[in-house]
Design a protein around this ligand. Sequence first.
Ligand code: F6R
Length: 598
Amino acid sequence: MCGIIGAVAESAINPVLEGLGKLEYRGYDSSGISILSNNEIQTIKAQGKLNNLKQRLSMQPIEGDCCIGHTRWATHGKANVTNAHPHQCGQVSVVHNGIIENYLQLKQQLMQWGHHFNSSTDSEVIPHLINHYLAQQMSQEEAIEQAINQLKGSYALGVLINGASKNLYAIKQGSPLVISEGNNGAYMASDAMALGPDSGKIYYPKDNELIKLNTNEIKLCSGSANKKIHYINNKHCVKVISKGDYSSFMEKEIFEQVDLLKRLSVNNHTGEYSTINFKNLNKITIIACGTSYYAASVAKSWFEKYANILVEIDIASEYRYRSPIIIDNELVIFVSQSGETADTLAALRYAKNKNCQTLALVNVANSSIAREANFTFEIFAGPEIGVASTKAFTCQLAIFYKMAIEAAKQRAFIKNVEVKQLALNFMKLPYIMETVLQRCTDMKKIAKKLANYSNALFLGRGALTAIAQEGALKLKEISYIHAEAYAAGELKHGPIALLDEHMPVLVIAPKNTLTDKLLSNIQEAQARNAPLFIIGDSSIKQHISLQENEFFELPEIPESILPIISVIPMQLLALYTAQILGKNVDQPRNLAKSVTVE
Ligand code: F6R
């Protein structure tokens, strides 16, 4: 992951620091900048959050018109100042996002040539290699190209060279990178969202296109030297996102879901979904990671139940390395909030190589996954800043729900009147969600109790198993309480051995066709003294006595939209538990929003 940014502009440090703030979602282990000031490269770094770097810079202000910056998510080497980027060798300073797989061989070779290394990162070999080739009288462009020819792995690089002319270079292989020409400068970044207001025009370079940025021009060097850069408009450049009166972005994003779903329920994108010929499909495969994978899991249940389509789901990092069986008329859907997840992108490329029809479901419109898939549907969640995904999940589900309705229509598997009912349920969705969110104080009481435990077991059935999994993921991500989720029927096949008074069991038990089955599972847990937390229908209380800090009541919810509503209490529970434990819910430890490394 990591975020990189560079600017050639007056007071270049300002857009770089602003951009680093917007890139912090990619990693916040350390940050640093290099700036060309008085014909010298000055590098300043700090461990931890960007604020630490800003504090250092406020004591030591530097001016210059060529600057690169980095925010780190540690892969090779601990999160300390020495391993922070930029890495410098002589007159070359480099910021890197990605992984250099053959760095050890390169490091050994460079050490034999007399180079001395400071950090334990893979990235430090890059400035050393460039410096090595510069010392052999190569031009700056040649030296960079020679160096990158040696690299195996993925990278997006910003390279600052202090030479006769002041140049900033950008190049990528497999990792995201965007270039921008503004009225007052030239910029590069990992993500268009990081670019400031002076970045109306952007360009996404192809792999291994070397781009030179200086005060006069932005130029494609190397093989494509005579090619013109074709810019597109930057949709992200003017948006400033604040958390308003909310305590965190995560809380804001949870409460935003009602409005987002209202918009999705009135916007009729169904026309768009009819571009897919569901009638002739033999199979849908859905590929994703993390929360997006749980959305895929819910989608599978809808496509199967309402449209009778065979659906297979897989985790991207597994799909790309097994030998998936691809059949005729198969649609492969890739779900990704960021549109940059390295494993999902690699799986997409794999499927395209096998001539599959590919569809991307993304939140970031110009992302790599969106650009590379045959078709793209946006989920319209707006920028999601909290590292733990919330609103993107419900918007992914909403789009899948609409697609399932379209599939049901085309395949005529259920009656017309049932299709209409599904659509009607969708219209009710935001209003029921609003009712659930209004009960948030009830969830605070439950969170207070749950915060006393170190482990938890979450149970659901049917499509709600994926919601239990998503709830467990949210809880462990931001509160660091260990939580696992199971299909409730699996309880007695193993996990029941864990149950005692120290292992709380949380059950999603709304009123649906499986409520009676869940009741037996709840009783099995209670018989083993496990503290119980139930998110469900009030009828449960006739069977089991529960305190008010053990029960969250769900209103009556049509079964088809249950997964979208049931996740709301899970998100609230994770949020409040983490807050009670004093954790940083927007930037949980070790995580990054965009996972651009394998
Ligand atoms: C969990 C979370 C992650 C992401 C996963 C995939 O809260 O945010 O599990 O869902 O890293 O990311 P995208 O959807 O961007 O591909």
